[in-house]
Every structure is written in C-alpha cells, then in structure tokens.
Design a protein around this ligand. Sequence first.
Ligand code: FE
Length: 260
Amino acid sequence: MDVYSSILFFVSISMMSRCDAENICSPNPNDSATIPSSCSSESPQSFVKRYAKCSLSPECGEGPYFVEEDLIRENIIEDREGIPLSLQFNMIDYRTCEPIPNAKFYLWQPDYAGIYSGFMDKPPIRRERMIPRDPRRFLRGTQISDSNGTVNFETLFPGHYRGRTPHIHFRIHLDDNVAHIGQVFFDEKIISQINSIPPYNQVKSRRMKNEEDGEFSYFNGEKSIIDLKPISATASMEQGFTGIMNVVIDPFHQSRLMWA
Ligand code: FE
C-alpha cells in the first residue's frame, strides 16, 4: 500500500466512525447529529483533499480573565504601550472549508507587564468565574466576522505573567453557542527579541518559554503560533508586526474549556 492509499484507508475508516477530524483538544464525542450529509456521499478522494487543508484548530484553556462584554471595536490599545500588532483572524468551517460569517470573536490579553484590564490588582485566581475588579477594559475587544469570515484587531504584543508564556486569548461565539476557545502563541525567537526592548525589558520577572508552559504543551500550542511579519520590508521591530491566523472550527462544537 503506497502512502496515498494509506492515507485514504485511514480517512475512510475515520469517516465510517465519526466523520470527524482528529484533535485531542476539541473533543466532540456526542456530535452525531451534526455529521454532514456529505459524509455518506462524498468520494474518499474528495474527502481527503478537502479535509486535508481544513483540520480543526486546537482549542486552549480560557483562563480566569475573560469578561463577557461586547466592546465592538477594532483598535483595543487605549493608553497601553508596546509593539503594535495588526492581527487578522479568518474563521473557517472545517466541515465545508468555507468562511464563517457573523461569528462573534472576543479577544483579550495582558499588556506588556502581564496585566489584564479589569484585574489590574492581580487578584488571587479563583476557580469560579471571576468578576472584574476595576473599570478599565484596555486590550479587550469584540468583532463580528464579515462575509469572508474575517475579523481584524489593532493591538500590542502581549507581555508575560507568572507561569505563562506570552499569549492572546480568544473566544468564538456562533449565536449563543461558544464554539471555540483558543490562544494565540508566538515564535520563541520573536518573543526573545521583543523582550529585549522597552517597555518589555522593564519587566523583571522570569519569562516562561513556550516549551515550559503547561497549556502550550497540553493544547498543541505549536499549532497556534501565529506567523508574524514586519509591517513593511524596511520597518523596525518597534514599528510593529502583522499576523494572520486561520481558525478552523466546528460551528456546532460546544466548547468545554470555559473557566467556570
Ligand atoms: Fe492569559
């Protein structure tokens, strides 16, 4: 059996069992009601071709600092300092490989010093849903995806805080369903470079590397590293980066990764 036939055999078996993509971070074992009708009629060759480019993006833990408020805005920087990031997220339905319009995308992250708005006093972490303790909402925003499944944010490179590598959180809602909870991670080389310049180098606490971060390891974080590029060929690092991330989700999946 050649390599292609092996893949075809494996996928065909998978189709017979669940018609689902393999993803340990996005379990959906009771989802038989949402198996697409194409599973029974689509040719295996077509299935392989389509699903090969639409494997599910891994989910990742929500963390304690989500605030469910609809701050509809693209620029979430407010008064914070740091390296500018222009981020684009494209939401894709893994069952059809088509864009997902009208998805509500929440983004939240810490500032260069590892501080989340709403929790600026760094309260003790509780297992239940945490209520914001201050009125600030910097580095938080919500966008609705357009017909291309796209949302954009103007933000800053995140700092680190104790026990975590730098990351950005996001949640995707489709109507009332929380379909996906994820985190954006960054290449170690870029993190090191950025942490060597102000204001990031003012933070004295030890930075945890990606491979030391338990969530990064457990949730296949290497698959959620965004590819950052300088804003232009001649731009300095201080001028910022752009990044695009395709987030392939099952719109009918109900995430179990809410903090509480
Ligand atoms: Fe976090």
